[in-house]
Design a protein around this ligand. Structure first.
Ligand SMILES: C[S@@+](CC[C@H](N)C(=O)[O-])C[C@H]1O[C@@H](n2cnc3c(N)ncnc32)[C@H](O)[C@@H]1O
Length: 228
């Protein structure tokens, strides 16, 4: 494209870009992701971030940065609970973030690993020495643990079974234990691929008056319990 054509293109697109930038600046979800990128950059060394990003997993690097930010920001007197660990990518990010909080936040990771992910999960645990860094692993279904759950939670990630009944059960079992100002994040909450997740959120999470919806970020639906 010659210079003249490029100038004309920029003149036409310029106003749209300005409007889009303003729209984004007003969007709390966009601002949260922006803060997450900055806080991860300033709290976790660059070579460490690179290592964490190389891990296999289903969440994108951007999503992992957001989760790490929420874990660093959440109330330190509760645990960070991950339902659905898969190969441990998010687990490693959460442990890294928990260490950078001033309190005693620890990470609890729940997954039965019925689809053959246990070995790769263990590789991640060993590579990052997660079990020496306060990680508690539960190789079981979330409901097996959730039905007698009593610990306070500062941040909850719901990314286990995506069936409607199971997501409802996760909400019923764990969400009441989330502390004031604590976060609840649902993965795969956007679109029609996992209708069970969307339905459970609509019916069982959105009506809870003690929570406010922070917004949809990528595939995440993010909620925060109102301050006490
Ligand atoms: C979508 S993957 C999680 C991806 C992971 N958060 C990541 O980003 O790499 C879903 C995981 O949930 C686990 N899972 C399925 N049903 C579960 C349940 N009822 N409780 C806990 N974990 C469950 C599966 O074994 C699988 O590893």
């Amino acid at each position: 494209m010659n210079i003249g054509a490029r100038v004309v293109k920029n003149l036409i697109k310029g106003p749209f870009r300005v409007v889009r930038t303003f729209q984004r600046l007003l969007d709390p979800a966009y601002r949260l992701q922006h803060r997450a990128n900055l806080s991860v950059k300033s709290n976790i060394p660059r070579d460490r971030i690179k290592l964490l990003e190389q891990n296999p997993g289903q969440s994108s690097d951007r999503e992992c940065r957001l989760l790490a930010h929420l874990a660093m920001e959440a109330d330190k007197s509760g645990s960070i609970v991950e339902i659905g660990a898969y190969k441990g990518k998010v687990t490693a990010w959460l442990v890294e973030a928990a260490e950078r909080t001033k309190g005693e936040a620890r990470v609890i990771s729940i997954d039965p690993h019925i689809c053959g992910t246990w070995e790769e999960y263990q590789e991640t645990v060993q590579k990052f020495e997660l079990d020496n860094r306060g990680l508690k692993i539960h190789k079981e279904l979330s409901h097996e643990l959730g039905q007698s759950w009593e610990e306070p939670i500062s941040m909850l990630l719901v990314d286990g079974s995506h069936e409607y009944e199971d997501v409802v059960t996760d909400i019923d079992d764990f969400v009441p234990h989330v502390l004031p100002s604590g976060y609840v994040v649902f993965d795969d909450a956007r679109g029609k691929i996992f209708p069970g997740v969307t339905r459970a959120i609509n019916e069982c999470m959105r009506p809870r008056p003690e929570f406010e919806e922070v917004g949809m970020i990528k595939n995440f639906a993010v909620f925060r319990r109102k301050a006490a």
